[in-house]
Design a protein around this ligand. Structure first.
Ligand code: FAD
Length: 380
């Protein structure tokens, strides 16, 4: 075991941090207020390799490890969780699904565009009536001639309005339950596919979230992704990786909130001294610093195991569950340490407080993570 980052990882962290500080920090509140999705950021993210962190160089990816990926997501989330969410959905869901289960031809056709930042990737599993119980989805894909016809709708899709390539999960044989679900690659502009309602969100407001509607949307047979009937099973493997990304996002958000609280506690004076002098504040800071370190270690462990080819269902859910709940506490304490100033938009505390709640919900709620972990424990 070696808990030290390599020199390359330290350089990577510094590089992404500098980028986030200079290119993102100045706009964070403006994008949040306007619910502005920063499309213009994609080429800059791509130039740093952040549009294809773990994908092979043959497709234009940065070919970095899962641990490196965590460092990137953490550093983006420390400054702007919305941007980190976009990068995580693009890399960890859409592109990862194609990379893990696509044919060579599919990878050659779609990965370079995603990985080199030509288009944003979207990934559609959730439906209005099927969230935690995703296998209960109603969207169907029916084989017709040399293609598939998709009907239905997906809800809460990150990049639903702006994604250029979307992986869509649909029922192909209802009688076979979760073994009758398949995945498809659908390009933006395909007739019959259209964005639905844009969500007006509590937090993560600078990330694009919307419905995506399918009305007799025809996709060629060679855009079936993975084997027919394996879409849901493959999705669970994609989520094993995706949840590590959300854990890293949680660590980064928690770190950002903790740093904001620490700095404020040193500056703010009450009763003739900085509030950092009060034990009540010190204990909050110490507890958060400790929890964040523990969350980071769980996250890196899951990523490390994935880098070494292990199936990480339990480790990914453990990291995601713990890190997201640590982040909620860090954001809550950040507001508390700021007092009334934590409640207003002049300080970053209130935004962390709003953004953080997605992390115990997206890619499986905390309740579902506990269910996944318990199932793994009981199966041993
Ligand atoms: C900003 C945002 C971005 C998102 N991006 C995407 C995306 O890109 N692609 C995508 O496919 N989805 C996306 N989602 C959807 C997200 O993954 C779902 O919202 C999430 O899985 C929960 O589903 P739900 O909202 O339907 O909640 P529900 O499943 O209805 O859950 C409601 C409550 O019931 C609890 N519950 C449900 N079942 C159980 C059970 N068996 N045991 C105990 N408690 C249970 C839940 O934990 C929760 O507390 C996004 C969501 C948001 C808000």
């Amino acid at each position: 075991m070696d808990f030290r980052p390599t020199e390359e990882q330290e350089l990577l962290r510094r590089t992404v941090r500098e980028f986030a500080e200079s290119e993102i920090r100045p706009h964070v509140m403006e994008w949040d207020e306007a619910q502005h999705f920063s499309d213009e950021l994609l080429p800059k993210l791509a130039a740093l390799g952040l549009a294809g962190v773990q994908f092979p160089e043959t497709y234009g990816g940065a070919a970095l490890s899962a641990v490196d990926y965590c460092i990137c997501i953490e550093e983006l989330a420390r400054v702007c969780p919305s941007v980190a969410l976009s990068v995580a959905a693009h890399n960890g869901l859409c592109s990862a699904h194609i990379s893990l289960f696509g044919t060579d031809d599919q990878k050659k056709k779609f990965l370079p565009r995603l990985v080199q930042g030509e288009v944003w990737g979207a990934w559609g599993l959730t439906e209005a009536g099927a969230g935690s119980d995703a296998a209960g989805m109603r969207t169907t894909a029916v084989r017709q001639g040399d293609g598939w016809v998709i009907n239905g709708s997906k809800t809460f899709i990150t990049h639903g309005r702006i994604g250029g390539v979307m992986v869509v999960i649909a029922v192909t044989d209802r009688a076979r339950s979760h073994r009758g679900i398949s995945a498809f690659i659908v390009e933006r502009g395909t007739p019959g596919m259209s964005p639905g309602k844009k969500e007006n969100k509590l937090g993560m407001r600078a990330s694009d979230t919307s419905e995506v509607l399918f009305d007799n949307c025809r996709v060629p047979a060679d855009q079936l992704l993975g084997d027919e009937g394996q879409g849901f099973i493959n999705t669970l493997q994609v989520l094993d990786g995706g949840r590590i990304g959300i854990a890293a996002l949680s660590v980064g958000l928690a770190q950002g909130a903790y740093e904001a609280a620490l700095n404020y506690a040193k500056e703010r004076r009450q009763f003739g001294q900085p509030i950092a002098g009060f034990q009540a504040i010190q204990w909050k800071l110490a507890d958060n610093a400790t929890r964040i370190e523990a969350a980071r270690l769980l996250t890196y462990r899951a990523a490390f195991l994935r880098d070494h080819g292990a199936r990480t269902t339990r480790e990914s859910s453990t990291a995601k569950l713990f890190a997201s709940e640590v982040a909620v506490k860090a954001a809550d304490d950040c507001v508390q340490i700021h007092g009334g100033y934590g409640f207003v938009k002049d300080y970053p505390a209130e935004k962390f407080f709003r953004d953080v709640k997605l992390l115990t919900i997206g890619e499986g709620t905390s309740e579902i993570q506990r269910l996944v972990i318990a199932r793994q424990l009981l199966a041993q």
